[in-house]
Design a protein around this ligand. Sequence first.
Ligand code: PMT
Length: 217
Amino acid sequence: GENGDLSRLRILVTAGGTREKIDAVRILANRSSGKMGHAVATAARDRGAKVTLITAANHLEVPMGVEAIHVESAMEMCEKVKEHASQNDILVMAAAVADWRAQDVRDNKMKKGKQQTWNIEMIRNPDILMEIVNEDIFKVGFAAETEDIIENALQKLVSKKLNLIVANDISGENPTFNSDENEVYIITREKGKKLPLMSKYDVANKILDKIKQMFKK
Ligand code: PMT
């Protein structure tokens, strides 16, 4: 509510896996459920922040009191983030954004014909975090890594000019995707800290604690 410890903060959160059209019926998707991003939005709302949620997880319930914007593709998400960045203090990019999209999206459904292969030419999507450079906004990224987690996450923190990055270990049997729990490292330029396995809502609160400690208006 209005009396929470984050009541002066405006937080823009992204969630879910973007979907890239290939033709009239087919898409390229990824395994992000949107649960992590929605948990950040819920926890921030519970602590009184003004929350805008740009979500590709259109099947997930939107937390009450949160302004939600539904998107499909990386390009749409990028456009919406850019549109809202200047009105927010914090950007938390929990979405799994497709790095590529089909260069030519067919208007019709691709016919099977006799061919045994179908080559789809892909083109790079913009990096949303990299596009947000002129706005005075505190940037938090996520990183899903299978190896050298801290080093890889730190590289992303530096190249995308982030204040904070949250790294998930998605190697092996680790759930993370679509799970209600997550095991993460919270990493700044100065140090990295591994947290034990906990609910995504609790992870969200740990991230918000760190943001609160670092953010100076
Ligand atoms: O949705 P869940 O099922 O709950 O799962 C949560 C999660 C694993 C998806 C989430 O915790 C997570 O890690 N999200 C980031 C996934 C990822 O692989 O990110 P990345 O390494 O591709 O990108 C790093 C950062 O740059 C991310 O903050 C991403 O949102 C951002 N990015 C990536 C590509 C792009 N074109 N633009 C971006 O801004």
